[in-house]
Design a protein around this ligand. Structure first.
Ligand code: SF4
Length: 422
């Protein structure tokens, strides 16, 4: 979401005559995009703001105007101006349209109002051809007890279907090979009577030969109708990120997730039955407050049962302002880290084994651009796995058929067999 919001900010600034520079030392304005989901990301961006301000000795020392955007800006607002004297602007996720005026005004200020703006009419300055993000909804109403997002992104609101379809159709006609629908909880999409499965079907048709993905799905809201649309449309990637967070019902309830582990497993079974071989990934939190050894063992079991292709594993991070931050039974840091290590080791073995299953198989791959070494290109499979194409020279956006020759972890190597026409 933040990566695409950065593209939206670039689009707003481009249209007002600002242009990016290659070398930060030539910049007259520096904007930092921030994420508040984890304490570590917040600490890093504030450290970076302090470092940048210090290195240019502030604007009085002739330095650039320094702006902090995103969820950390929203979370702390004006107080950041007091804490960081070299910071000039603090701008929350709903106020980016005001950036050109705020920059021109050049007085120290903070703007962190919640607004209904979904940036309609802004031409995002996309940086990732042939892969594009399209926001379909913003905000979240779920209030998971560990999560700061509803407090910094506001309540759920969806874009109009026709605006989304116009954007998707335009991207497909410009050769974007992969379009990812974005939202904190895409399954909550609603435009009048139209719900997510209907939108997904229409997007699939508007995308033509381009691939369609969507993120993030909430397990409680993923329904058979959406799975049926996926199954019926070949250009919707056989890949889904479905955050489980814990294998213990007691912990899931305290997280306010709205599903049990058996309901989650039923959804996984439904997906695999509808689309055998679908690539599945998840998020897990280790050491949530009150998590016992038994609770943790259930999470280990769930990872071993589902055998996700990939998992984003985190130790619980206390976020002030969330309900779980005030839970009295916080798990000691060393136990959180120990449990995280156990999950990482288990998942690493599963990811490697899953990846090796692809050896010798022929897969469709979207060429995305050059790889690190000369003569190599990078691409993505429909399952969102990275593939290094050896001896390949295709324009980005080309679909090719590839035989996988080497696989270790999430990156694969392959030989191109033929170009595919879409
Ligand atoms: S669904 Fe839960 S974890 Fe996801 S953004 Fe909303 S509150 Fe946060």
């Amino acid at each position: 979401m933040n990566a695409h919001d950065s593209e939206i900010i670039s689009g707003i600034l481009d249209s007002e005559g600002f242009s990016p520079v290659e070398d930060p030392s030539e910049a007259q304005v520096i904007l930092l995009m921030s994420c508040a989901v984890r304490e570590h990301a917040e600490t890093r961006v504030l450290g970076r703001a302090a470092q940048l301000g210090g290195s240019w000795k502030g604007r009085e020392g002739g330095g650039p105007l320094l702006a902090l955007c995103g969820c950390v800006a929203q979370e702390h607002g004006e107080s950041l101006l007091d804490r960081f004297r070299d910071l000039d602007l603090v701008v929350g996720p709903d106020c980016y349209r005001e950036l050109p005026a705020l920059i021109r005004d050049a007085s120290r200020s903070s703007l962190v109002e919640f607004r209904k703006d979904d940036y309609e009419g802004v031409e995002a300055s996309r940086k990732e051809f042939p892969r594009a993000f399209v926001t379909i909804m913003r905000g979240c109403d779920n209030y998971c007890s560990y999560c700061i997002v509803p407090f910094v992104r506001g309540r759920e609101r969806s874009r109009r279907t026709r605006d989304i379809l116009d954007e998707v159709g335009g991207l497909a006609s410009r050769g974007y090979g992969e379009i990812t629908l974005l939202g904190q909880n895409v399954n909550s999409y609603r435009d009048g009577e139209r719900l997510f499965p209907d939108l997904l079907e229409k997007v699939s048709l508007a995308a033509g030969g381009s691939w369609v993905r969507f993120v993030t799905s909430h397990p409680k809201d993923l329904d058979p109708a959406a799975v049926s649309v996926m199954r019926r449309h070949d250009n919707i990637c056989r890949q889904l990120h479905l955050p489980v967070q814990s294998g213990s019902d007691r912990v899931l309830s305290r997280m306010n997730r709205g599903y049990s582990s058996s309901e989650y497993l039923d959804k996984i079974a439904m997906l695999r039955e509808a689309m055998p071989g679908i690539v599945l990934s998840t998020d897990v939190i280790a050491g949530f407050p009150g998590e016992t050894e038994d609770d943790f063992a259930m999470t280990v079991d769930l990872l071993g049962t589902v055998r996700f292709d990939y998992a984003f594993l985190f130790r619980y991070s206390q976020r002030s302002g969330t309900k779980a931050c005030g839970f009295p039974d916080q798990v000691p840091e060393e136990i959180r880290l120990e449990r995280l290590g156990i999950l990482q080791e288990l998942q690493r073995e599963i990811t490697v084994a899953r990846s090796r299953e692809l050896l010798g198989r022929e897969l469709e791959v979207l060429v995305t651009g050059p790889a690190k070494k000369p003569g190599q290109q990078a691409g993505r499979t429909g399952g969102n796995r990275m593939v290094v194409l050896e001896g390949s020279d295709h324009p980005p956006g080309t679909f090719v058929r590839v035989r996988i020759t080497r696989a270790d972890g999430w990156t694969h190597f392959g030989k191109t067999l033929e170009t595919l026409l879409k």
